[in-house]
Design a protein around this ligand. Structure first.
Ligand code: C5P
Length: 214
């Protein structure tokens, strides 16, 4: 049985943790598509190339290997900011879309998270969730994560970055961040991860039960 779960939402909304728990629970392969955009930005920076030249960014996007995405390097806060700059380029999105769709078409199905999974990458997903939280809550989470790694973090600066990234992700013309029409909204501002996970599981189970009736 194929099961495709699409999860979208802004930076630090809690969707990453939620996806990992769902992937384990439903035994599905998981792709964090944010890492694919991060990998493009990182590759350009490693080669000393600018982030705003579309032909160079497209070339880097075509060379991304999904099996070699190193989260420990790519999850750095500043790479997220750089990723959102290359993510506005249609040819970069197109190159990554092919790889993302190939991942989603595995026989088991898959769980993918990002900004445009329910709207563009997997519009026919069995279940779509849109995970949000207020900018302040998200900035606090990012700050705590960075502090936990023993690095320095400034809440006000991170809050500004979070808002800037939301603005860029929601207002780009190609595949902007927005809930799919049939997405379930999950606000994690006042919800701990376990409650969010339980709600998500019951939404997926409902969708599966409905599918077996159809
Ligand atoms: O989710 P994450 O913070 O790792 O994503 C980094 C950036 O990549 C986002 O701010 C967004 O600009 C871009 N992105 C995207 N579409 C996706 C996933 C990420 O545009 N499906």
């Amino acid at each position: 049985m194929t099961l495709i779960i699409a999860i979208d939402g802004p930076a630090a909304s809690g969707k990453g943790t939620l996806c990992r728990k769902l992937a384990e629970h439903f035994n599905l392969p998981h792709l964090d598509t944010g890492l694919t955009f991060r990998a493009v930005a990182h590759a350009l920076r490693q080669d000393g190339l600018p982030l705003d030249e579309e032909a160079l960014a497209q070339k880097a996007a075509k060379e991304i290997d999904l099996s070699r995405l190193d989260k420990s390097i790519l999850s750095a806060h500043d790479i997220g900011e750089a990723a959102s700059k290359v993510a506005v380029m249609p040819s970069v999105r197109k190159a990554l879309l092919e790889a993302q769709r190939a991942f989603a078409s595995q026989p088991s199905g898959a769980i993918l998270d990002g900004r445009d999974i329910g709207t563009v990458v997997c519009p026919d997903a069995d279940v779509k969730l849109f995970v949000t939280a207020s900018p302040e809550v998200r900035a606090q989470r990012r700050t705590d994560e960075i502090l936990a790694k023993g690095q320095e973090a400034n809440f006000d600066q991170i809050l500004q970055d979070v808002k800037k990234r939301d603005e860029r992700d929601m207002n780009r013309s190609d595949a902007p961040l927005k809930p799919a029409e049939n997405a379930h909204l999950l606000d994690t501002s006042k919800l701990d991860i376990e409650s969010a996970f339980q709600q998500a599981v019951s939404l997926v189970e409902k969708a599966l039960a409905q599918r077996s009736l159809d």
